[in-house]
Design a protein around this ligand. Structure first.
Ligand code: KG4
Ligand code: ZN
Length: 339
């Protein structure tokens, strides 16, 4: 029969529920929240309220699509953190009530580890199989940018992290300056495909070690636009695609520089991408070129597992289940959480 895990994700602005039988994904339902678009960013109070509206119908659909009943589930895995506290509380409280009613265990999951664990999901979209340990993961999302050494399903070490903005934040903040809707990452990606990536150059950080920094790029982008708009008020409109392409090129360059250093330093030749920004088509093809050139074994997640989803929570929960890692019923969510 296998082990059936229900996964619950509610850390930011997506309410998601997924069912996994061992490593095989049976359903992955995601309800996004359009309410934030007009504010140009996620409004925590509105996010909690939308999770509260969505959580029961989303779980219901995930169970129906998986063709199972709640009584079949062996455990519920939920995102404990990091994330927005009010959002996390919805998923945590739901899990407490649901598991108490069924008399089954809860499993706490770290959202960042879960992004990496998508490489172990089996689904119709999964590609060339899972990476062997150890491998390096470039985890790039809206809230985090990290280089992680993954030793096994539970042991992960952060080699480098951003000291200020995350890569996704750099995409989103610069996209806002270009007048693009939130979140701007996918819009920059789309525009960049028609632009000249070498037309403009922006500041890159000169930071020793494996840490990242993106706030200087954002400032350099802002000042550049301000200067050009003084000369020509139509500058952004006339050059949008080239601006997007040059910005994206700079972000990818910054990401790959440190990754190359980390691969050399660790001597590991297997590398995986994870997190929302790994949906970026420019980053995916730059990684493919780099892997080809340097003989790295590369693992790129299917598009549907890049941004926040509960399939990643369910697969992480499955590996905790095998080890008997269960949460106690007085557990609370954590806005900040490390591994
Ligand atoms: O992993 P995620 O869904 O949420 C966090 O855990 O942060 O990542 C969301 C981020 C946003 O910043 C969004 O703009 C970015 O991922 N993103 C992209 C693309 N798709 C999503 N950035 C660049 N290109 C994309 N195609
Ligand atoms: Zn995420």
């Amino acid at each position: 029969m296998g082990t059936l895990i229900l996964g619950i994700e509610s850390s930011c602005d997506d309410t998601s529920a997924a069912v996994i039988r061992d490593r095989q994904l049976l359903s992955n339902v995601i309800a996004g929240q359009d309410v934030h678009e007009k504010y140009g960013g996620v409004v925590p109070e509105l996010a909690s309220r939308a999770h509260q509206q969505n959580i029961v119908p989303v779980v219901d659909r995930a169970l129906k699509e998986a063709g199972i009943s709640s009584r079949d589930i062996d455990a519920v895995a939920f995102t404990r953190g990091p994330g927005l506290l009010g959002s996390l509380l919805v998923g945590t409280s739901f899990t407490k009530g649901f598991t108490a009613a069924l008399g089954i265990p809860m499993i706490e999951v770290n959202h960042l580890q879960a992004h990496i664990m998508v490489h172990f999901i089996q689904s119709s979209e999964s590609g060339a199989g899972s990476p062997r340990f150890p491998f390096l993961c470039l985890l790039v999302s809206g809230g985090h940018t990290q280089l992680v050494v993954v030793r096994d399903y539970h042991t992960m070490e952060i080699l480098g992290r951003t000291i200020d903005d995350a890569a996704g934040e750099a995409f989103d903040k610069c996209a806002k300056l270009l007048g693009l809707p939130y979140p701007g990452g996918p819009h920059v990606d789309r525009l960049a495909q028609q632009g000249d990536a070498l037309r403009f150059t922006f500041n890159k950080p000169r930071l020793a070690g494996f840490d990242y920094s993106f706030s200087g790029l954002k400032t350099s982008f802002l000042y550049f636009l301000r200067d050009q708009l003084k000369l020509d008020p139509e500058f952004i409109e006339k050059n949008k695609a080239d601006l997007a392409a040059s910005l994206q090129h700079t972000i990818i360059d910054i990401l790959l520089n440190k990754l190359r250093m980390a691969m050399e330093h660790t001597g590991i030749d297997r590398v995986a991408l994870a997190g929302g920004v790994s949906a970026n088509t420019g980053l995916r093809s730059a990684m493919e070129r780099e892997a080809e050139k340097r003989d790295w074994e590369l693992f790129i997640p299917p598009f549907s597992f890049t941004t926040d989803n509960a399939a990643m929570i369910a697969i992480t929960g499955y590996y905790h289940f095998l080890e008997g890692h269960f949460a106690s019923d007085d557990i609370t969510p954590l806005a900040r959480m490390y591994f």
